[in-house]
Ligand binder design. Structure first.
Ligand code: ADP
Length: 541
């Protein structure tokens, strides 16, 4: 017997319709690529998104057509999120930090037919356009006044909207229709496309908003610093509409001071970004002797949150850290380190240790850890194994590669190594490709890096496994000193005593001016491994 309830498909457009009807006066504030601050409401967003959907139709965009964006976080990008997916086409967010050759490859792989871009990227587009043979329309996300002289077929976004009346009804799509496409950062091999559906996107938004994840509500002012081109800004552009939270978009200026000021003036309560961007804000606040006065929760993910950062945010600024883990293939939200009632009475040190883990699953997401032979490992907080994920917003196959099955017994192998404790808190010890195998035993490069960064003279560090004649691989620490600091390798290594087992202590330290990062701002270890693989076996060492 079936239940007798309405069947309403889970659609991206329904998030917008809800926001406009129930939170129509809520604000969206954007720092624009043009340089100024723009303000409007969810009501305005809905009207302009409908006009944009009409404009897409007039450009010949059909259901399933891929529409690419090369843009910062801002209201026009948000309109594209809703208009493209809402009308049944597929939004493909491009990462502007990729090399032009990679962009060319991805646009061809996705078969993008239209490309919308911010003013900042005009030079990139001018260079790339002749190579993007499948793209029929290039649209500058600005007004006519910003079009370069003699720009030929280039269209102005505002012109497209002006030509429409907004009398548009969102189609009632099947909820399994594709809504957006995002490529993995491709640190190994060519990037792979992950194709989200309307259903997975809406379910993911519920998950992001839950109190045991980001805990988003209509009382929040949310600043997604994490780019809208990086796994849909962790789902915040959707979740904000779902709950009616004020949205603040930072545009292109991700400088620590600019972000700090924006958070203060717009009374931001929740802000989300990768550790390196948080670092910039915390350094600015420290230099200027400032505190975050409205911020309540700092969402940190994409890479491990260093314990020193967690402590600084909690103790100096009184901001609760929500440490999250996920990946493109998991939409991306996988886990968040929100405490359980059992932790509330714990001493601060113990609480920080729990919050410093990558966290636990909410309903809709499941994890297990397995050993090399596929056996499931216990949740004892000690046994480390390969993390396998399963859930309502986890990918089943890669875009354009449906002849391949990436799952193992229905679970997605994440490529991460972690422990899980009895309360279900997962702690990443490494990427499987980064784990250091010393004499067959595993050393966590993340643990070593966290200890190094905890030293007051060190800004950032990367630990890599390098060749060793006896142990196959031993850890080498590449570290960047704070300006003016003169700490020696010996002094830094002494800092490890009593913090880890003796055999985990790196065999050497190399000081560098900087550490390479990839297109998503994460540390790139492969060039370091290439450069230093023979460091310990070079003659004379
Ligand atoms: P890529 O895998 O190509 O780098 P993603 O942006 O999808 O691109 O990154 C996902 C990976 O980032 C995860 O598999 C994990 O290794 C790492 N990651 C994400 N969040 C965290 C975190 N909080 N702590 C440690 N690693 C993290």
């Amino acid at each position: 017997m079936n239940g007798l309830m309405m069947h309403r498909p889970l659609l991206v457009s329904s998030l917008l319709t809800h926001a406009a009807r129930h939170h129509g006066r809520q604000e969206i504030v954007s720092r624009r690529a043009e340089g100024d601050l723009h303000r409007y409401t969810f009501g305005d967003l809905a009207v302009r998104s409908r006009k944009l959907a009409q404009a897409l139709e007039s450009l010949g965009v059909q259901p399933g057509t891929r529409v690419a964006t090369l843009a910062w976080n801002g209201y026009r990008h948000l309109e594209l999120y809703y208009a493209v997916s809402g009308s049944g086409a597929v939004l493909h967010t491009l990462n502007p930090r990729l090399h032009p050759d990679q962009l060319e490859w991805i646009v061809a792989d996705a078969e993008d037919t239209a490309l919308f871009f911010d003013l900042t990227f005009l030079p990139v587009i001018e260079e790339l356009a002749p190579r993007l043979t499948g793209v029929r329309h290039f649209v500058l996300m600005s007004d006519r006044d910003h079009l370069p002289v003699g720009s030929g077929a280039l269209l102005a976004y505002e012109d497209l909207l002006e030509a429409q009346n907004g009398n548009y009804e969102w189609p009632e799509l099947d909820e399994n229709t594709a809504s957006s496409l995002c490529y993995t950062s491709g640190t190994t091999g060519n990037p792979k496309g992950v194709l989200y559906s309307h259903r997975s996107t809406v379910l993911h938004s519920f998950a992001v908003a839950l109190p045991d994840s980001i805990g988003l509500s209509a009382r929040d002012s949310v600043l997604p610093i994490v780019p809208m081109f990086h796994v849909n800004a962790w789902g915040l552009p959707y979740a904000a509409c779902m709950v009616g939270a004020k949205v603040v978009f930072p545009g292109p200026d991700l400088d620590g001071g600019a972000l700090y000021r924006l958070q203060e003036t717009e009374q931001v309560t929740v802000s989300a970004s990768v550790p390196t961007v948080w670092q910039g804000q915390l350094e600015y606040a420290e230099r200027q002797q400032l505190r975050f006065t409205t911020l309540q929760r700092a969402v940190i993910g994409g890479a491990a949150c260093p314990p020193a950062m967690l402590r600084d945010l909690q103790e100096t600024h009184g901001v609760t850290v929500v440490h999250g883990w996920g990946m493109t293939e998991t939409s991306p939200f996988g886990t968040a380190s929100v405490l359980k009632s059992t932790h509330l009475q714990a001493r601060p040190e113990e609480r920080y240790a729990v919050q410093g883990k990558q966290g636990r699953c909410v309903f809709g997401m499941d994890l297990k850890i397995i050993d090399d032979s596929g056996r499931e490992l216990p949740w004892d907080g000690v046994s480390a194994g390969h993390v396998m994920a399963q859930g309502l917003w986890v990918m089943s196959q890669y875009f354009g590669r449906t002849d391949q099955d990436p799952l193992v017994d229905g679970w997605f192998p994440t490529g991460d190594i972690a422990t899980i404790d009895a309360d279900g808190f997962m702690q990443i010890t490494d990427r499987s490709k980064d784990v250091i195998k010393s004499g067959g035993e595993w050393i966590s490069s993340i643990d070593i890096e966290n200890i190094a960064i905890g030293h007051p003279d060190i800004v950032t560090a990367a630990c890599i496994g390098v060749r060793h004649p006896k142990w196959d691989e031993r850890p080498l620490l590449v570290a960047v000193r704070k300006s003016g600091a003169a700490i020696s390798a010996e002094e830094l290594l002494t800092h490890f005593t009593d913090k880890v087992a003796k055999w985990w202590i790196p065999d050497g330290v190399v000081f560098a001016d900087s550490i390479p990062t990839g297109a998503t701002g994460k540390i790139l270890k492969s060039p370091l491994r290439e450069q230093f693989q023979d460091y310990l076996i070079e003659p004379g060492r």
